[in-house]
Design a protein around this ligand. Structure first.
Ligand code: FAD
Ligand code: SIN
Length: 528
């Protein structure tokens, strides 16, 4: 028997949890999350959430900074709306119990690249953890909310599962819930819902080096793509300029807020170089800083640059960056007296499932918020700390329209059980990890910070081979999380490469040596 809820939420990061808190007053809610409920990109966010809260700051300035970073592709109406709704979502988080850093009784606002004012609300350097914990505590024991940890969403249920042939040209596709794998019992169940929110986050895992935790495998985007939703702007993958360059540190993020406090980039001889690339130096938007570091490393032949904070008062470092200090210390670096070795790594996906201003996707009954969505806010490059803001604003807006949608919907009948006849238990799971490593390496080498037609074609061919092998394996094998994540990563890689191939210009995060300039006729979203 299928389980039935009014709302189904896929993902327990900032977008999913805040949506749950908002819709729970209208009906029953199931939150499905593939690991522990805290495990999400949200939980690792350091810098904070951008919002205009200082008397000297202005909405117009935050709008302008966002649009400048977005390199011509932001949707100005969406930017205006999100920026103006920022202070309300900060207030809501405070009301739910978030303890953000304060100075003299008022919120302490940090600074990050591309921002013309101090406007980053933060909880020292663990803002995401504070938000995640606040939301989980607020919904703890809520009578209408059930959280299914260690449950992996496999596929969205649409008319396709009722026997109809669904194509990308249909405009009446509806979502009725999802097939979900209980990763402990290994049983696949059906969860039916009147409204479904996709809040499964980004896809950092598609690259060899990424700041993201391992959950970031683009599952929601791949599921939506297979269900024939419209997906947009996937070529715009943001690389964070400064991640700890120590092999065991797994691309641990050194927050942009460190440069906001005065951190300086140096080469191994101590020379500064950012001013040679941009007059804003260390506080240029992060695509520029990441590309500058990449270029500097290629020209110098070095394999690292350094972030120097030794001139900053130790008390300020201790108060502002306790987590970064502690983590660096674990790897033998005392940041108060030693430079931090840093390199760029994949960080944030600006593209995703296309939504309107209220988080509606092109599939009826399917809403999307957070990093898996492409809302029009970020354009070709996201401004620092605008994504937690976007996740909060869009989950709030989507909650209003999803609650309305739910009232007029019924649970669908006749959804078949998951069919795994003809499959067997995985014989050689090592093949899955080999294919994943190959894919990550290909994406890192050929679809990274600097691209070219030749590199993209090479990536396309190699990914095609990995795709064929994996699909063959999938047809013969009982579903497992590892195999499904690999399929989803391949689907994301395919869309990223195709989108990058179709953009014959350089804009924002997409830089190609074959078309190094911005071309005005190409100033449009890439919609697949
Ligand atoms: P997530 O928080 O990633 O949540 C996704 C959820 O979906 C997880 O619970 C995951 O387990 C679940 N899930 C995924 N697939 C499935 C599936 N198949 N079945 C079931 N569950 C699934 N942004 C800022 O604005 N400011 C910052 O300071 C900042 N710092 C960052 C630092 C780091 C290290 C990282 C990685 C990101 C940072 N970001 C920051 C980006 C920001 O954290 C994310 O974009 C945002 O938190 C995304 O929220 P989300 O709810 O959309 O997704
Ligand atoms: C950071 O703290 O540098 C990350 C901020 C962000 O990704 O917005």
């Amino acid at each position: 028997m299928p389980e039935k809820y009014d709302f189904l939420i896929l993902g327990s990061g900032g977008a999913g949890l805040s949506f749950a808190l908002r819709v729970a007053r209208y009906g029953t809610v199931a939150i499905v999350t593939k690991k522990d409920s805290t495990e999400s990109n949200t939980n690792y966010a350091q810098g904070g959430l951008a919002s205009v809260l200082d008397r000297r700051d202005r909405f117009e300035d935050h709008v302008n900074d966002t649009i400048v970073a977005g390199a011509g592709l932001c949707h100005p109406g969406i930017v205006e709306m999100v920026v103006r709704e920022g202070p309300d979502v900060v207030k809501e988080l405070l009301d739910w119990g978030a303890r953000f850093s304060t100075r003299d009784g008022i919120l302490d606002l940090g600074r990050e690249g591309g921002h013309s004012h101090n406007r980053i609300v933060h909880a020292a350097d663990r803002t995401g953890k504070e938000i995640e914990q606040t939301l989980l505590t607020a919904l703890d024991d809520h009578p209408n909310i059930s959280i299914f940890e260690h449950h992996f969403a496999l596929e969205l249920i649409t008319q396709h599962h009722l026997g109809r042939i669904v194509t990308r040209y249909d405009n009446d596709i509806s979502c009725y819930g999802a097939y979900v794998l209980n990763t402990q019992t290994r049983k696949v169940g059906v969860i039916l819902a009147k409204a479904t929110l996709l809040a499964t986050g980004g896809v950092g895992e598609v690259y060899l080096h990424s700041t993201n935790p391992s959950i970031a495998t683009g599952d929601g985007i791949a599921m939506a793509f297979r269900a024939k939703a419209r997906v947009a702007n996937m070529e715009f993958m943001q690389f964070h300029p400064t991640t700890l360059n120590v092999p065991e540190a797994n691309s641990f993020l050194i927050s942009e807020a460190v440069r906001g406090k005065g951190g300086i980039l140096r080469d191994r001889s101590g020379k500064t170089f950012m001013k040679d690339y941009d007059k804003r130096a260390e506080l240029a938007p992060r695509d520029i800083v990441a590309r500058s570091i990449d270029d500097y490393l290629k020209k110098s032949g070095d394999n690292t640059v350094y972030l120097d904070v030794t001139h900053i008062d130790k008390n300020i470092l201790t108060e502002s960056f306790p987590h970064i200090m502690e983590t660096c210390r674990k790897y033998g670096i005392d940041i108060a007296s030693e430079w931090i070795p840093v390199v760029p790594a994949a960080h944030y996906l600006c593209g995703g499932v296309l939504t309107d201003q209220d988080g509606r996707t092109s599939i009826n009954g399917l809403f999307c918020a957070g990093e898996s969505a492409c809302t029009g806010l970020h354009g070709a490059n996201r401004l620092a700390s605008n994504s937690l803001l976007e996740a909060m604003v869009f989950s709030k807006r989507a909650a209003v329209v999803a609650a309305d949608y739910m009232k007029d919907s019924q649970w669908v009948t006749g959804v078949p059980e998951w069919d795994d006849s003809g499959t067997t238990n995985v014989e050689e799971s090592i093949l899955i990890s080999h294919n994943k490593q190959e894919l990550q390496q290909v994406m890192w080498n050929y679809v990274g910070i600097v691209r070219s037609d030749l590199r993209l074609q090479r990536a396309f061919r190699r990914t095609g081979l990995v795709y064929e092998e994996t699909e063959d394996f999938y047809r013969r094998t009982r579903v497992s999380v590892e195999l499904c994540e690999l399929r989803n990563l391949i689907a994301n890689a395919y869309i990223i490469i195709r989108s990058a191939m179709s953009r014959k210009e350089s804009r924002g995060l997409h830089y190609t040596t074959d078309y190094p300039c911005r071309i005005e006729e190409a100033c449009r979203d890439t919609v697949i």
